[in-house]
Design a protein around this ligand. Structure first.
Ligand code: HSE
Length: 434
């Protein structure tokens, strides 16, 4: 079989990892798939810098975005430029020119998957995007292949390595948030703009992609409730720990009778929950299928090597022609239905909240009164002695039973306005019930 020619757009951290695998493991790849893959060219604006890399010796490098797309020799375009506009244009043009595309661009797919998938299908081409969610964890392949006949009721997990790393370092070693974030950037986990990680947007992008495949629905990240970890106070990690919980940033998609819940937020997980022990940059995704029950996939979710491995796996499947069949046959790649997204205030779960209360008689009774009026039942409560505080206010931590978020928020609004509560200090976190 003829070699498959690949143009690599974007030779940053992941792009270099891809070049290393394609150039360093040629014989192994040919042996595995029965066809050679040739890195035909690299497209990147840093031409001079890249020409100095021994890795790319002999590989044509250019900054012309159009030439490889118009080159009839190129079979596959790997898009690792990131961002929306240029990456979107390259993807569209490549598909229109009859190329298959492999991308790790979760932001692009979270926003434009519907149009891009339809275009690929119309042109008899395909888009590989295993690397867009959870790095080296083969979650897209699992949903597309192993779960193709399943009715999936929920999919949830830890899909941002940067946030998981930061929360692990804060929890296990008492490292400060800025220090842990700097470490995550240093290790190559974070996005070029790390606010995408820490404000939850990266997880929301990934959840939009997962929900599309798992539930066959047309969603974008705008449909997803999104809250990040930048406001997390180490005190809450410690209180949660003393109640037997660990804090994780979860992405949650769940089909309900009246629509779908799609949300990303810091979540307290009981220490016995399988995701509670998933630490550092590890990602994990749990899928609930009607027939097979719960399946959890775990592995390295961020960093050059696992992500590059997922890109190359997609290239290989494309060289074999397998993806083109998926795009031709599977309805999820041709157009999906829109579904009602349940507003965040309508969800029901358990909650943790911390109040800064005046340490005097009757305060807890007033708080309990407001909670009772809003039909909120308390599961447990911790109050720390005044010896730890010099302000006259003491932290009091509550865990609720299951309640609608709207009720909890209304109650907290009322409680925060009581003269015996320092409302500016109040904190609310959701507790997993999954
Ligand atoms: N910034 C991402 C993360 C990289 O931390 O998970 C992988 O998508």
């Amino acid at each position: 079989m003829e070699k498959c020619n690949v143009a690599l757009y974007g030779c940053g951290t992941v792009g270099r990892g891809v070049a290393e695998i394609l150039l360093g493991h040629q014989a192994g790849i040919t042996r595995s798939i029965g066809r050679g893959i040739r890195l035909a060219c690299v497209v990147d604006k840093r031409v001079d810098e890249l020409r100095k890399l021994p890795l790319l010796a002999g590989i044509p490098i250019c900054s012309d975005l159009e030439a490889p797309i118009n080159d009839p020799e190129i079979d596959i375009v790997i898009e690792l430029i990131g961002g929306m506009e240029t990456a979107g244009n390259i993807t569209e043009k490549a598909l229109k020119a009859g190329k298959n595309v492999v991308t790790a661009n979760k932001a692009l797919l979270a926003n434009r998957a519907d149009a891009l998938f339809k275009l690929a299908r119309q042109r008899g081409r395909s888009i590989g995007f295993e690397a867009s969610v959870a790095g080296g964890v083969p979650i897209i392949a699992t949903l597309r292949d192993s779960f193709v006949a399943e009715t999936i009721s929920s999919i949830f997990g830890i899909v941002n390595g940067t946030c998981n790393y930061i929360l692990s370092r804060m929890t296990d070693e008492g490292v400060s948030y800025p220090e842990a974030l700097a470490e995550a950037r240093e290790k190559g986990y974070a996005e070029a703009d790390p606010t995408l990680d820490v404000e939850g947007h990266d997880s929301a992008h990934k959840l939009a992609i997962l929900a599309r495949l798992a539930f066959g629905i047309n969603v974008t990240d705008n449909d997803i409730y999104c809250e990040g970890i930048s406001h997390i106070n180490p005190a809450d990690i410690a209180y949660a720990g003393s109640l037997g919980y660990k804090l994780k940033l979860l992405a949650i998609g769940r089909i309900k009778d009246d629509g779908v819940e799609l949300r990303v937020h810091p979540t307290l997980l009981h220490r016995n929950h399988p995701l509670a022990v998933v630490d550092n940059s590890i990602n994990a995704v749990c899928i609930h299928g009607q027939a097979v029950g719960e399946v959890t996939l775990t592995g390295l979710g961020a960093g050059a090597e696992p992500t590059a491995g997922a890109v190359v796996a997609d290239v290989c499947r494309m060289a074999l022609g397998v993806y083109q069949e998926d795009f031709r046959l599977l309805p999820v790649f041709g157009g999906t239905e829109t579904i009602h997204c349940i507003p965040q205030e309508q969800i029901e779960t358990k909650y943790y909240f911390r109040l800064s209360c005046m340490d005097r008689a009757g305060v807890l009774a007033r708080v309990a009164g407001v909670l009772g009026e809003h039909n909120i039942s308390i599961d447990s409560c911790i109050q720390q002695g005044r010896a730890h505080q010099d302000s006259g206010y003491v932290p009091v931590v509550f865990m609720t039973h299951r309640v609608k978020e709207e009720n909890l928020l209304n109650a907290l609004r009322e409680i925060n306005s009581l003269e015996c509560i320092d409302g500016a200090e109040s904190v609310m976190l959701r507790v997993a019930e999954i």
